[in-house]
Design a protein around this ligand. Sequence first.
Ligand SMILES: [Zn+2]
Ligand SMILES: [Zn+2]
Length: 253
Amino acid sequence: MTAGAGLPMVGPMFAAILLSALAMSLIVGARYLLASGAFALATRHRRPGLYTGLDRQIRREIAWSLASALIYGAPAGIVAWGWQAHGWTLVYADVHAFPLWYLPLSVLLYLAAHDTWFYWTHRWMHRPRPFRIAHAVHHASRPPTAWAAMSFHPWEAVTGAVVIPALVFLIPIHVGALGVVLTIMTVMGVSNHMGWEMFPRRMVRGPAGRWLITASHHQRHHERYACNYGLYFRFWDRLCGTDAGLGSFREAA
Ligand SMILES: [Zn+2]
Ligand SMILES: [Zn+2]
């Protein structure tokens, strides 16, 4: 009854964590395939021929994205296990635990925090060495397609995978609001790369578009590299003088 006494417990706990991580990887992978598949289908209808000749690139985008899904599942699975088993995180299920006005505010706080993290890590990854090591994979898509949403080198995937699992320890959020955050994250990640603008021109070129990032803005990042680093909002780009306006889309082949 010495050092080995606690060991039999380690096996099942490790198995539970591993299972939770694998389940999360599967969910993230399925979510990617569904979302990217849906927008690729929409592209076929709205811009027939836009992805002509990109088959090899699309296969690469899907392979990197599925590898990223595996990585995204690890921290998410560990935190989900801790939430279930030990009540970790500030995620709450009772909608009245906080005032109702906090629901939209919490969504906004998550998006702003994620955007800030993304802007600065993304900008750092455009320095020559980190670019070569971690970020070149994402820019190998020229032009990106709806399948490029999670096309990241594993190092870049790690920087993205830790954001939400870290935020749930810092900012309280209702489980439904967290679902909204994850949905916005998924839809914008896919639509920003699909090669055409789905939002009305009036919105993109109007006052809202001056602050919100849609496909037109991220397109310019993929054209020119050293600008438009943001994820959801143009705030940091505008503040730091890295905003180069909206890009243009290629026509269908
Ligand atoms: Zn991109
Ligand atoms: Zn980049």
